[in-house]
Design a protein around this ligand. Structure first.
Ligand code: CDP
Length: 224
């Protein structure tokens, strides 16, 4: 059973997807963590696109997705923290626009979701990766609210960052993600759009759980 939540950066997809997964008894899958993992490799390879493409069949990345946790490893090294670095933030949209990387991630996402109950979050899940998902959401919020949320989140983590820097990164990624040729960020025609600008986190989660309860293929499961 597949529930997807797509949307731009900072719309609250990951916190929402984790809480929905926890309350609905699903596992949480973060597709952005995969693109970030490949960006980590791209940086390690000196930003050499050809070398990155060459190692895609033997990338040694491992993604460990549980109820609310997404951990990433490269060989034996955990890189869960490294994939959120400024340098990965700055290059991830460039790497995510590479066709070969998207093919690899699409396959990884389908493999990790097979025969499982999962809530996945990303950009193209409802349009390209899982066009037949049981339920699709497109989560948005106005750009200023999204930049502010992402800034608050990073400050809470103790990071040194300015609101301008965060706004710039969010705007740039949105622009690249929405205008790329392959699998651009886009609402699927059959996705339910939720604008979270004026919703509390709890209201946002409640709205999604309500849709899950009223979806016949999903509602046989107990949703708290
Ligand atoms: O957390 P945030 O929304 O800021 O980003 P993320 O979900 O970690 O995704 C990081 C980047 O990966 C995005 O800006 C996209 O360039 C790319 N991405 C994508 O192209 N397709 C997806 N399904 C998920 C992420």
């Amino acid at each position: 059973m597949i529930i997807v939540i797509d949307g731009p950066a900072g719309a609250g997809k990951s916190t929402t997807a984790k809480e929905v997964a926890r309350r609905a008894g699903f596992d949480y899958v973060d597709s952005g963590a995969m693109y970030r993992g490949f960006t980590y490799l791209y940086l390690k390879l000196g930003q050499d696109r050809t070398r990155l493409i060459d190692i895609l069949d033997n990338h040694r990345l491992r993604f460990d997705f549980h109820i609310t946790e997404a951990r990433v490893f490269h060989g034996d090294t955990e890189i869960t923290g490294d994939i959120r670095s400024d340098s990965v933030n700055s290059h991830v949209s460039e790497v995510a626009a590479m066709e070969e990387v998207r093919d690899t991630v699409r396959q990884l996402l389908r493999d990790v979701s097979r025969d499982r109950k999962v809530v996945l979050e990303g950009r193209d899940l409802g349009t390209v990766v899982f066009p037949d998902a049981d339920l699709k959401f497109f989560l948005t919020a106005d750009p200023e609210a999204r930049a502010r949320r992402r800034y608050d989140e990073r400050i809470r983590k103790g990071e040194q960052v300015s609101l301008d820097q965060v706004r710039e990164n969010v705007d740039t990624r949105d622009r690249i993600d929405s205008t790329r040729d392959i699998a651009p960020l886009k609402k699927a025609d059959d996705a339910l759009e939720i604008d979270s600008t004026f919703l509390t986190f709890e209201e946002q989660v409640a709205r999604i759980l309500q849709y899950i309860r009223s979806t016949p293929t999903l509602s046989q499961d107990k949703v708290n």
